[in-house]
Ligand binder design. Structure first.
Ligand SMILES: [Zn+2]
Length: 118
């Protein structure tokens, strides 16, 4: 799902993204003519790799996310802003980016969680 910046209003608009891998539900609204605010809950089954033993395992993600998207370069101090360069907010790309960010964190499989601290 892609929405053009100039078509986004200042009133929170609901959206939903659903596919085999994830379910995403929330709202988006315009904060200024170049900044859009997105608030959503992300539910997904994410395949993670244990940082201790290297095993892959599936984890259920259920997280509230809040982020902002800038139309072009963002010149403020906030580092959590996603910059878009084609005047569209690409919700699918944003959501998969968030999942990639979750994957790149440290994770331990259940086995290693149990033996942690030994
Ligand atoms: Zn492990």
């Amino acid at each position: 799902m892609k929405i053009e910046f100039r078509k986004i209003s200042g009133i929170a608009t609901p959206f939903e993204i659903k596919n085999d891998l994830l379910f995403c539900q929330g709202t988006f609204k315009k904060l200024s003519h170049r900044l859009v605010d997105i608030d959503f809950t992300l539910r997904a089954d994410v395949t993670l790799t244990c940082d201790r033993c290297g095993e892959s395992f599936i984890d259920k993600v259920d997280e509230k996310m809040h982020l902002q998207v800038s139309d072009g370069d963002y010149e403020g101090d906030d580092l959590d802003i996603i910059e878009c360069y084609d005047h569209f907010v690409d919700f699918d790309a944003i959501v998969s980016g968030e999942i990639e960010a979750i994957k790149s964190d440290y994770h331990y499989c259940n086995n290693c969680k149990e033996t942690q601290g030994e």
